[in-house]
Design a protein around this ligand. Structure first.
Ligand SMILES: [Zn+2]
Length: 84
């Protein structure tokens, strides 16, 4: 999506909202909660042909925080692991 091509419909009508940063901080823009006291601002990429939206966290510190706090996908049932 960041390359300007929609992964859903292969249109090149992809627009980035990454430059839209409100001065109020992440609460003023699109954001996701990381923990009780932490949120991460999102850079949005929108395909204006099909409406598909992709969001990216651009702050490396927030990504590190998520890696430390969140459960890793596909690993929540560690007991059911069968030598994978
Ligand atoms: Zn599209």
């Amino acid at each position: 999506m960041k390359t300007g091509i929609c992964p859903k419909c292969t249109s090149k009508e992809v627009f980035s909202g990454a430059g839209i940063m409100l001065k109020k901080g992440p609460f003023g823009s699109n954001a996701i909660p990381i923990g009780l006291t932490s949120i991460a601002a999102l850079d949005n990429y929108v395909c204006t042909s099909c409406g598909y939206v992709e969001s990216y966290i651009s702050d490396p510190g927030k990504l590190t925080e998520i890696a430390g706090k969140w459960d890793k996908a596909g690993q929540e049932d560690s007991e059911e692991k069968e030598g994978v």
